[in-house]
Design a protein around this ligand. Structure first.
Ligand SMILES: O=C1O[C@H](COP(=O)(O)O)[C@@H](O)[C@H](O)[C@H]1O
Length: 331
């Protein structure tokens, strides 16, 4: 499998493009200088485009991905607030943007040319909106509002509109601060990392009453941890067996194994990593994890072990300044 790794470094306004080989080693292919601070990124699931949220002029830049993974700008579109997180639906028809500072989520149609258009709708009042995550049904959008300790649920309509889902929200423990989410491949469970108390919640997507329900909350930190909690990102291996979440104060990756049915997490260990890991990701084969250190200005590649999913450091690489987002794409 040919894979590329994209890293966004807002302080130096750069995207680094890396080739990842079968052993997990990276070779730098390209450095893209961007007119703005690059933050969240996502690849269109059906067309070869990378979308990047940029500030201080809030917009999304679309880059066409060449056969070797390198990037060429294809167009831009405005966004309604500072882009904290961007994502698409599973068919690549819509771009969603969550804005923490502007407390909103937006939906933007993606044109036939692969470039997003201006937002067709903006929903305000989501304090600390930290991400927008399409469910496996490609219908329900999960939007964590960190400062409100709730995840809002919306239905996505083909006309580019969001309406409140029949169950319009679920709530977390008070003070948890829900932030980023991932979904189990069996479509039965989702996992959300909570920034402010460094926990991971397991959400059953349809309980006996057809409702979304929290079924487990696990601490990411060791029992004797007394430091400040500041979790950030969460990712699952493609086979759904291993779940990872990072905490920025302690600069650790927490490793969980996932039960066969996806409903139960078990803490397996902690991996010290780059300083202030705000973003990381897992490759499409599920064998490698790449973590970015916002304060170390490096990325580090780990091999994911069989069994418990423990991490073995392979190599670290200097990137731009303040790297905080990692995307891995199979060509
Ligand atoms: O992780 C965090 O994210 C929010 C929003 O980030 P931003 O890059 O969109 O401004 C940030 O304000 C918060 O302090 C931090 O913990």
């Amino acid at each position: 499998m040919k894979q590329v790794v994209y890293t966004a470094s807002p302080e130096s306004q750069q995207i680094h493009v890396w080739r990842m080989n079968e052993e997990g080693a990276l070779t730098l292919l390209q450095v893209v200088d961007v007119a703005g601070q690059v933050q969240p990124m996502v690849v269109n699931p059906t067309q070869p485009f990378l979308y990047v949220g940029v500030r201080p002029q809030f917009r999304v830049i679309a880059y066409r991905i060449a056969d070797d993974g390198t990037l060429t700008e294809a167009g831009q579109a405005p966004l309604p607030g500072s882009p904290t997180h961007i994502s698409t639906d599973l068919h690549g028809n819509f771009l969603f943007c969550g804005s923490y500072n502007d407390a909103c989520v937006s939906i933007s149609p993606i044109g036939a040319d692969g470039v997003p258009l201006a937002p067709s709708q903006v929903i305000d009042g989501l304090e600390g909106c930290h991400s927008a995550n399409i469910g496996s049904d490609n219908q329900t959008l999960f939007v964590p509002a960190l400062k409100q300790d709730r995840i809002c649920l919306f239905d996505v309509h083909a006309a580019g509109k969001l309406t409140p889902h029949a169950q319009p929200q679920v709530t977390t423990v008070e003070g948890a601060g829900p932030r980023h989410m991932v979904f189990h491949p069996n479509r039965q469970y989702a996992y959300c990392v909570n920034e402010l108390n460094s926990t991971v919640d397991v959400w059953q997507l349809s309980n006996a009453n057809g409702q979304v329900e929290r079924v487990q909350s696990l601490d990411m930190q060791p029992a004797d941890f007394t430091g400040t909690r500041w979790a950030a990102d969460i990712h699952l291996t493609p086979d759904g067996r291993h779940l990872y979440a990072c905490d920025r104060t302690s600069s650790t990756l927490t490793i969980f194994s996932v039960s066969e049915d996806g409903g139960l997490l078990t803490l397996e260990g902690h991996q010290p990593t780059e300083t202030q890991p705000r973003g990381f990701n897992i490759d499409k084969s599920g064998r490698y994890l790449v973590a970015a250190g916002q304060k170390s200005h490096h990325i580090e590649v780990y091999r994911i072990g069989e069994g418990q999913g423990l991490l073995t450091p392979l190599a670290r690489y200097a990137v731009g300044q303040g790297p905080m987002w990692v995307v891995i794409h199979a060509l």
